[in-house]
Design a protein around this ligand. Structure first.
Ligand code: DAH
Length: 378
């Protein structure tokens, strides 16, 4: 900064010479014009209009000038600063407009693009259907009971009155996990381990663990050494029911089965029982339900064939019966005082005819084209 100039005559201060001021102004204008974006413009603004910019420094010299020189220099600097600020404002709005236009393009959303969000997951129709069946019984006061999938052979077979040479124990049916460990043959200690071949062992667990009377429903996964094909799968689901109380009879079983099919398939449904054999029920029966599609109208009526029941009028559901007293005894229940009924059936089969599914593999392959039509029930 120059020393104060006390003289009345205009004094030439280098920084305030018209050509100097013009040069400062032009440099500022050139810098603004060269700023390619708002960031660069901000830098140019600081350099050319900030407190240490050439014009600001020149402006400070003015105070030391004699009055007339002060007026002239003040006007020059003032005009130059005015021009600089104006150019700055113009460039600022140009660059802002450019930025806005660019953001509009870069951040635009094409609402016509195909929907690409990952759809939310949903539970498998087998799971939701199995729960729907269980709910029918929960609504009647039954409790859900569970057991392990890797089950003691004693629960899976012995306690259910399967003799040691029963064919169901053979290798072609059962996945054996661990051989017998030695121990008491009369209970599960030392028993071998199998992947449970049915949900019936949960009957035994429920009877051993609960106070009588027992009313339980046991949905779950079971395993058999079958190859996966259109009608078989080595892993499938069953639902088991057990009621043990004083005075239960086969008519209670029949009424419970009728109520189940009416709840699931409609009020005009019914079931029928055919004699059969299971080691853990006596008497035992095979249970069929009326074909929910033709309601029996296809039987002997070639004009009205039914694909769902092959014009049989009935659909085979599973097994049932009165709990064998031997099972009650194995569970410490007095068969003189208590009686019970039980049934069990496969969920896959029921889902298949309920929805006309022709290939069992569709149910295990996790292809959303199969599961999506069942809806997103969670
Ligand atoms: N556990 C048998 C099976 O998997 C089905 C069954 C039959 C269950 C009769 C029962 C029953 O509860 O009483 O083939």
């Amino acid at each position: 900064m120059s020393a104060p100039n006390k003289s009345y005559d205009p004094v030439e201060v280098e920084a305030l010479k018209p050509e100097e001021i013009e040069r400062m102004r032009d440099e500022a204008l050139a810098a603004f014009a060269a700023a390619a974006d708002l960031q660069q413009l901000q830098e140019a603004k600081t350099a050319h209009t900030g407190g240490t910019s050439p014009l600001a420094l020149a402006n400070r010299e003015i105070g030391a000038l004699p009055p007339q020189a002060k007026a002239e220099a003040g006007k020059r600097v003032g005009q130059a600063r005015g021009a600089v600020n104006k150019a700055l404002a113009v460039r600022q709005s140009e660059l802002e407009a450019e930025r806005d236009a660019r953001v509009l393009v870069e951040e635009s959303v094409d609402v016509t693009l195909p929907y690409d969000r990952t759809p939310p997951g949903a539970r498998h129709p087998l799971t939701t259907f199995m729960e729907r069946v269980a709910d029918v019984f929960v609504a009647m006061g039954y409790e859900i009971a569970e057991g392990p999938e890797a089950e003691a052979e004693w629960f899976n077979f012995d306690a259910l009155n399967f003799t040691p040479d029963h064919p169901a124990r053979q290798m072609q049916d059962t996945f054996f996990v661990q051989g017998p460990q030695g121990g008491d043959a009369a209970d599960e200690s030392g028993s071998g381990i199998v992947l449970r071949t049915h949900t019936s062992p949960v009957q035994v667990r429920a009877l051993l663990a609960r106070e009588l009377p027992v009313y339980v429903v046991c949905p779950g996964r079971v395993y058999r050494t079958d190859e996966l094909d259109a009608t078989h799968t080595p892993v499938f689901h069953q639902i088991e029911l057990l009621a043990v109380d004083e005075g239960l009879t086969m008519s209670d079983l029949k009424g419970t089965l009728d109520h189940m099919v009416q709840s699931l398939f409609g009020p005009d449904m019914k079931t029928r029982l055919r004699p059969n054999y299971f080691p853990f029920t006596e008497p035992s029966a095979e249970m069929d339900m009326l074909c929910y599609v033709c309601k029996g109208a296809s039987v002997g009526n070639p004009d009205r064939p039914c694909r769902t029941c092959s014009s049989e009028g009935w659909i085979e559901l599973g097994g049932c019966g009165m709990v064998n007293p031997r099972v009650l005894i194995a569970c410490g229940v007095d068969p003189e005082k208590y009686s019970g009924f039980a049934f069990g059936f496969g969920i896959e089969r029921m889902l298949m005819f309920r929805h006309n599914i022709e290939d069992m593999r569709d149910m295990v392959e996790a292809d959303v084209r199969f599961t999506r039509p069942f809806g997103m029930e969670i």
